[in-house]
Design a protein around this ligand. Structure first.
Ligand SMILES: Cc1ncc(C[n+]2csc(CCOP(=O)(O)OP(=O)(O)O)c2C)c(N)n1
Length: 210
């Protein structure tokens, strides 16, 4: 059955609110001594908007602010929090904490704590899909902050993706080619070091619009 537009909007809003509530709880736990986590507060719409457009066969690679992407993909918040707290009932048996989570059953290949690390692996995942791994027609979506666009691997990944016509990244609302934009974080120092907006890279690699 096709979902009505009001229902789809309500569902997306609900997911955004779930993400916010989850992150706020994680922060509260952290202030009481629980292991730290990088939150995605303020980025809920980007997570839900992109993930909602994906299909089950698609793959996701994400960065240190991965909770929103995982929850938008249907992760169980209790299991996710269990992972952050290092418990065995977490997605990776408590071994990854918040910074390295992968959840095969959700198609979330990895969380990279190395800024741009997710970019280095995304073209490989897309190439594997193209070579017949997983369901046919699947795409790879990679989330990264715009600070990652200061890393050399950003250019290598974009070039490789365009060359192999494999990685399809989805446009997100701030109008940049791919990256999530976050104000007030460590990446602002990166902005000052970059002579052109990340969006300019689209032209460099003839990145397609869709
Ligand atoms: C290669 C590398 N350099 C530096 C860091 C330290 N670091 C962690 S988060 C971060 C900011 C990254 O900015 P951005 O990708 O825009 O993400 P944001 O945290 O702003 O969402 C930095 C520099 C790191 N983890 N990896």
């Amino acid at each position: 059955m096709t979902e009505t537009i009001p229902n789809a909007r309500a569902r997306r809003l609900e997911t955004m609110m779930l993400i916010r509530a989850y992150e706020e709880q994680a922060v509260e736990l952290q202030s009481n001594g629980a292991p730290g986590t990088c939150t995605s507060v303020g980025q809920e719409a980007a997570a839900v908007g992109v993930v909602d457009a994906l299909e089950k066969r698609d793959r996701i690679l994400t960065n240190h602010r991965s909770a929103g992407h995982l929850l938008a993909r249907g992760a169980d918040p209790n299991r996710l929090l269990a992972e952050v707290l290092g418990r065995v009932d977490g997605y990776c048996g408590g071994r990854s904490g918040s910074l390295h989570i992968s959840a095969k059953e959700l198609g979330v290949v990895l969380t990279s704590t190395i800024v741009g690390g997710e970019l280095s692996l995304a073209p490989g995942v897309a190439l594997a899909q193209k070579m017949g791994h997983g369901e046919p027609g699947g795409i790879t979506a990679v989330f990264f902050g715009d600070g990652a666009a200061c890393e050399g691997i950003f250019h290598e990944a974009l070039n490789l993706a365009v060359q192999q016509q494999g990685v399809r990244a989805l446009e997100i609302p701030d109008g940049s080619p791919l990256p999530e934009s976050r104000r007030g974080g460590p990446r602002e120092c990166c902005d000052k070091k970059r002579p052109v907006p990340a969006v300019t890279a689209r032209a460099l690699y003839s990145w397609p619009q869709w």
